[in-house]
Design a protein around this ligand. Structure first.
Ligand SMILES: [Zn+2]
Length: 290
């Protein structure tokens, strides 16, 4: 039915997924961008809906501005952090996530992600998911005084409800460590990121999957990894594809998909919109299944 380059990519992807014994997916910021979530860097419709007051008060033009701003008080900083995380809890799951899961249905797979927006947790069981850069659904002690992280949904919603006209939360709602009394922090990669039991467990899941499947026909599927932090997904995927005899590598990214020349014949770089490739591959799969 489809014969252009775009659908050739989709059918290549589908064929490699269907014929693989194991699939390790590595997804990064481009996956969320493919869903139309551009609020980290842009004043998009989500940013306007949830964060426009912060734009007016502080001049933020994307959510990242809000993480690095020097706020006048902790009460003001927590108002932003609470609203930001509230938005992540509230926004719908992007269609590319559903399409990816339709392609992986019934397959032996594992997913690792540097995304902290926990979109994957809506579509993948936790034992098949490794969030290697943290997960905004959790807080940690800002002093890392002990190895516990705290599920934060109730705290986030209470803080968000209590944001006042000065864009501050009440002092008593600032989340504090039950052990040492320091403020908590979102459990995401940063200067104080807690690499404790849960962090190690995320890597344990990946390593076990690789141990089990390293000698089988394994597909490394890289989705939306940029050039800023290649060390977490892209370089390990390249090295493993190079080393493992039956491995194959597919990178999809409209700008940054790259295939090192050492991997010629063992992979492809698809420079296309992730949402479009996944959508077309799902359509093709449905067509083939009749
Ligand atoms: Zn503490």
């Amino acid at each position: 039915m489809l014969f252009d380059t775009q659908s050739k990519n989709a059918s290549h992807l589908l064929e490699k997924i269907e014929t693989a014994d194991a699939i390790l997916v590595g997804a990064a910021a481009g996956m969320s961008a493919a869903c139309g979530f551009n609020f980290f860097y842009q004043n998009d419709s989500y940013f306007q809906k949830y964060l426009s007051e912060f734009h007016e008060k502080y001049g933020f033009t994307g959510a990242f501005n809000g993480f690095y701003y020097r706020y006048p008080s902790s009460e003001a900083r927590w108002a932003f952090l609470a609203r930001m995380c509230y938005m992540e809890y509230e926004c719908e799951t992007g269609k590319p996530y559903y399409d990816l899961m339709a392609l992986l249905a019934g397959k032996n797979y594992h997913i690792m992600t540097t995304n902290q927006d926990f979109q994957f947790t809506r579509v993948v069981p936790e034992e098949k998911l490794s969030a290697i850069q943290g997960d905004s659904r959790y807080f940690q002690c800002s002093r890392r005084c002990h190895d516990e992280i705290f599920y934060n949904k109730d705290m986030i919603y209470a803080m968000n409800d209590a944001i006042d006209e000065n864009l501050c939360i009440p002092t008593e709602l600032i989340p504090r460590c039950p052990q040492c009394g320091a403020e908590l922090e979102p459990w995401v990669r940063g200067y104080t990121f807690l690499e404790g039991e849960k962090y190690r467990d995320e890597y344990r899941k990946i390593n076990e999957f690789l141990q089990w499947n390293r000698d089988s026909k394994i597909l490394f599927l890289e989705l939306g990894v940029g050039r800023m932090t290649p060390m977490f997904i892209q370089e390990p995927f390249w090295n493993l594809t190079y080393q493992l005899p039956q491995a194959y590598y597919i990178a999809i990214n409209p700008k940054d998909a790259l295939l090192p020349k050492q991997l010629t014949g063992k992979g492809v770089a698809i420079k296309e919109d992730i949402a479009v490739v996944l959508r077309d591959a799902v359509a093709l799969k449905k067509h083939q299944e009749g």
